[in-house]
Design a protein around this ligand. Structure first.
Ligand code: SF4
Length: 557
């Protein structure tokens, strides 16, 4: 919509209030103070408050926080529990087999177990104390380019008060043009602006395609005297059931404070069977005898879902453009063998901030100057860590038993393995038609298992995520061709969006009179997990930001 818009100028603009964006904000102000310079830094976040959209496991490797804030513990870093011991096991349908040797990347003893939602709220408080302009409730809707069409000069925030036809309502508020010398994009995995820039500027031209896992997580209140009060291990990871050996993924169970536990399951989005439903996988995991024993008598307090970018080193795009840097999960910083991304996000945010400040000092934010960010990453411990896991996601995506040969070879060769580099394949290209998937039908979970307390269905999960969207606005989920949904996607794949979406946003309806099928959307249920943007086999769904301040309202995840 063309109109006069307010413009505000900053030195550094950060898009995304996750660990990468907040670390960039804090580090920017630290360096400015060290150098005796005043700079204007702004951070926007699409959640109603910072932390509302933050979800992670999360056992955190503390190294990056120790570098960013050596006294982070004294300053109130919110810790739920400390890892006393690791337990790693393989599950069949009815049994749990403890693996005697926990892989070295998963040695977490002494590490803090946290709620990322709480950690990011704490970081936002520190950033505000340092006079960062933190603006929750503002979406980055559009990237602003200079007249040459390539240099990024800012971000336009989303308009508010638009009706479903796209017309302004009486309460209409136009978005603001936030201009900056350097913009740091830290929107999290599958960031919508980072995706658009990547395509326009070809940032991933010579890289492997990024790949993802979708994680569904709950925080459960347990009764007094629960399992963890008598267990040496409070950091549990599982492989196997409910997934077959060919599909990557696994479960986690972490002790939290106040007699609570975090339970989650990740499914690799390279899965092949279009009938698979990651939510059903999560429910089957919770109902496995080993897990159900741990959570017996519990009550789900909060539930959420999010994709994780797991492709690793070879999938990291070019990290800079004229006027812009890319940090955190939006740029693929994730240590997949260790199942950890928070420390990688924090470190990448710090390195981005250091590079942005150098550009301000030189009064030169060209890609040439900002390429120092990639050099900093290459020289850092983070590169060494991610490089060791450079072929891990690729090996996991192989079928058994080949995957175990690759994983074993990588384990003893510091990541090189049998083939280096191994290729990834886009997750949207891996489904096989239902006709070819016959014989491995995935039965839906029997609805009678839902008790509304410890085992909840998708819609109750949406309620427990505190997700809200105003109904009378344009759909933020763009289905480009609805005929394709009916004429190709249904016959070939039986509409996998109706299963892979954990928010029950997509439903295939049949008209009583004409018998015609029709895709129905419930965008107000959307958990902003981005699975549909990644996994749709025809790239027919694009996730865009709804009005700022909407979406999940996580407090414990
Ligand atoms: Fe996730 Fe897409 Fe469903 Fe929203 S609509 S919950 S982003 S899969």
């Amino acid at each position: 919509m063309e109109m006069e818009r307010e413009q505000i100028e900053f030195d550094v603009l950060i898009v995304g209030g996750g660990p990468a964006g907040l670390a960039a904000a804090v580090r920017s102000m630290q360096i400015a103070r060290e150098k005796g310079r005043t700079i204007e830094v702004a951070l926007i976040d699409k959640g109603g408050e910072v932390g509302a959209h933050a979800l992670s496991g999360a056992v955190v490797a503390p190294r990056a926080f120790e570098e960013l804030l050596p006294d982070y513990r004294e300053r109130g870093f919110p810790i739920e529990a400390t890892v006393r011991g690791d337990l790693f096991g393989f599950m069949t349908k009815t049994r749990f087999y403890r693996v005697p040797m926990v892989p070295r990347h998963m040695h977490n003893k002494g590490f803090p177990i946290v709620s990322l939602s709480k950690v990011t709220r704490w970081m936002a408080g520190l950033a505000e104390e340092m006079e960062v302009n933190v603006f929750p409730g503002f979406t980055g809707k559009e990237v602003l380019y200079a007249e040459d069409g390539n240099r990024i000069v800012g971000v336009r925030t989303g308009d508010k008060g638009i009706d479903p036809e796209g017309k302004p309502k009486p309460n209409f508020e136009p978005g603001i043009d936030l201009m900056a010398k350097v913009v740091i994009f830290a929107e999290g995995a599958r960031g919508s602006l980072a995706k658009e820039i990547d395509r326009r500027l070809n940032l991933s031209a010579d890289r492997m395609p990024q790949v993802y896992e979708t994680g569904i997580k709950e925080v459960i209140q347990l009764p007094e005297g629960h399992f963890f009060t008598r267990s040496a291990a409070n950091d549990i990871h599982t492989l196997g059931y409910p997934l077959d050996l060919h599909t990557p993924g696994g479960g986690f169970i972490y002790e939290m404070g106040k007699n609570r536990v975090a339970v989650g399951f990740l499914v690799g989005l390279c899965y092949e069977n279009p009938l698979l439903d990651p939510y059903d996988v999560f429910i089957r995991f919770k109902r496995h005898p080993f897990v159900s024993d741990l959570i017996r008598g519990g009550k789900v307090l909060e539930q959420g879902a999010r994709t994780v970018s797991t492709g690793g080193y070879y999938t990291i795009p070019r990290l800079y453009a004229d006027g812009a840097l890319f940090a955190g999960a939006a740029a693929g910083f994730h240590n997949s063998p260790a199942l950890k991304g928070v420390h990688a996000a924090v470190k990448s945010g710090m390195l981005a901030a250091e590079t942005a400040f150098e550009a301000l000092e030189k009064e030169d934010a060209t890609a040439k100057t900002l390429s120092a960010y990639a050099d900093r990453f290459e020289a850092s411990w983070l590169k060494a860590e991610l490089y060791e896991g450079r072929n891990f996601a690729q090996a996991l995506a192989k079928k058994a038993p080949v995957k175990f040969i690759h994983l074993g070879a990588q384990y003893v060769t510091a990541g090189r393995g049998v083939v280096d580099p191994m290729a990834t394949k886009e997750d949207a290209r891996t489904l096989v038609p239902v006709a070819k998937a016959s014989g491995k039908t995935v039965e839906p979970v029997d609805p009678s298992v839902y008790d509304g307390t410890l085992v909840v269905d998708k819609l109750t999960g949406v309620y427990l995520s505190r997700t809200i969207h105003r109904e009378d606005q344009p759909s933020h989920l763009i289905v480009h061709d609805r005929e394709l949904c009916v004429n190709r996607c249904w016959p070939e794949y039986q509409s996998p969006c109706t299963r892979f979406c954990p928010g029950k946003v997509y439903e295939m309806e049949t008209d009583d009179v004409s018998g015609r099928r029709r895709l129905k959307l419930n965008p107000s249920n959307c958990l902003h997990c981005k699975t549909c943007d990644v996994k749709d086999p025809f790239d027919n769904i694009t996730w865009t930001c709804p009005e700022g301040g909407e979406g999940p309202g996580y407090t414990l995840l």
